[in-house]
Design a protein around this ligand. Structure first.
Ligand code: NZQ
Ligand code: ZN
Length: 386
């Protein structure tokens, strides 16, 4: 294991009716709130009305930024930053999924900064202050509700990059699985793929002797594998929704990175892809991740065969290590396929026309710990995903 510091400052309220904590938590920071939400699901589900009536009853001043896109765009986020500065917002409340939360994180930090917010995304400046952020999560997927990461796209350059900072952690997050019952099947599946991939990104590392992390990752993956088909079969299965919601949070609240540095290369490639084609992040991962595994497994075969035998119970008797690894990757692909996830770029009608642009965007940051990827590696992974 490596030495580590684990510090997660987000207060988590989990379970039914936890919205009762909303007003007291917000009022720890002030009376003027900016509500940040997406394209309308919060209105259709009635959550918007519920939140508004809580805030109105508490005599809070409410401003709103709606229309945060999946793969949130800097141009929309800028409106939120301007509102915070103009209206002297005390606290930002993100209601939605990773896209709303990530947008709100940048709003909170950039509201206290006078330069171009893209400099924060590109990690050219160090944030010094931030507005406090509260979250009401409505979809189980990214883990953004309990981490300091935000992933932002820029429309004009078709780029998408992540940035992380301790100031970007939400002060509190309210996770009521009831709110996720309305997530449609496709988005539910993208969320499942995303949370599984987060665990695997941290599982595939080069640090020796990480028995606790290994078992935490394997146990969480197995729980998701048991639960996901239940949700896909019955979107209203509360207990299964509850399990997935907690799994998504644990998958990326950094507890699985205590003592080892995960790979994360597939995420870098997928971000280039979802920025360029505006496809859902989980859909892109379902395509890229198995191809990344095939491409790099020979650089750390022990780890990939352990994944196959422990997570998918591949029988290693009478098989070479390569055969075990291959069977593990096939089992993962098969599992995602059964859930209804895409498996080829052609499922999104993406061909090889823009591959060089994707390679260039992905190469802007070093990618990979199992293998540091070259432009040639990224090109091959993309080509094998067509
Ligand atoms: O926009 P609305 O109308 O709200 O609809 C959303 C959106 O269309 C819908 N939805 C959410 N909750 C719903 C619902 N529909 C019905 N009922 C509900 N309860 O779902 C759609 C997707 O929402 P989005 O927030 O985009 O999904 P997700 O949580 O998967 O977030 C994806 C974004 O997060 C980034 C991704 O790259 C992508 O931009 N990521 C953020 C990470 C982080 N901050 O740690 C890590 C991840 O690896 C990821 O990169
Ligand atoms: Zn992800």
């Amino acid at each position: 294991m490596q030495s580590f510091l684990f510090y997660n400052p987000t207060k988590l309220y989990f379970g039914k009716n936890q919205i009762e904590h909303l007003v007291p938590e917000l009022q720890n920071f002030g009376m003027t709130v900016l509500l940040v939400y997406g394209g309308g699901s919060v209105k259709r589900t009635g959550l918007y009305d519920e939140i508004k009536s809580c805030l109105i009853r508490a005599h809070m001043r409410i401003f709103e930024l709606s229309g945060i896109e999946p793969n949130p765009k800097l141009e929309t986020i800028q409106e939120g930053i301007d509102l915070c500065k103009k209206e002297k917002i005390d606290v930002v409340l993100a209601v939605g999924g990773g896209s709303c939360i990530d947008a709100a994180k940048l709003i909170c930090v950039a509201a206290k900064f006078d330069g171009d917010p893209w400099q924060i995304v590109m990690q050219k400046v160090e944030p010094k202050e931030a507005l406090p952020l509260g979250v009401i999560l409505t979809i189980a997927a990214t883990g953004s509700e309990m981490n300091g990461t935000s992933v932002i796209s820029r429309r004009n350059t078709k780029e998408k990059y992540s940035w992380s900072h301790i100031l970007a952690y939400p002060k509190f997050s309210i996770l009521d699985p009831t709110y996720t019952i309305t997530v449609p099947k496709d988005q539910t599946v993208y969320g499942i793929v995303d949370m599984m991939t987060h665990i695997m990104e941290q599982y595939f590392h080069r640090t020796p002797h990480t028995p606790i992390l290994d078992r935490m990752c394997e146990g969480l993956l197995q729980t998701i594998i048991e639960t996901a088909p239940k949700v896909v079969k019955n979107l209203e299965d509360y207990q299964a929704r509850e399990t997935l919601m907690y799994a998504g949070t644990l998958a990326l609240n950094r507890s699985l990175s205590t003592g080892a540095d995960g790979d994360w290369a597939a995420h870098g490639i997928e971000h280039a892809l979802s920025a360029y084609y505006d496809i859902p992040h989980g859909g892109g991962l379902a395509i890229i991740y198995p191809q990344w595994m095939k491409h790099v497994a020979s650089f750390h075969p022990k780890r990939f065969s352990q994944f196959a035998t422990r997570v998918f119970q591949i029988d290693s008797n009478h098989k070479t290590t390569e055969e075990v690894i291959h069977a593990g990757i096939e089992a993962l692909q098969h599992f995602w396929c059964l859930l209804g996830a895409p498996s080829r770029l052609s499922d999104y009608k993406i061909d090889d026309t823009s591959i060089e642009k994707l390679v260039a965007h992905a190469m802007k940051r070093p990618l990979g710990k199992i293998k540091l990827l070259t432009a040639k590696d990224i090109r091959q992974i993309l080509l094998s995903s067509l």
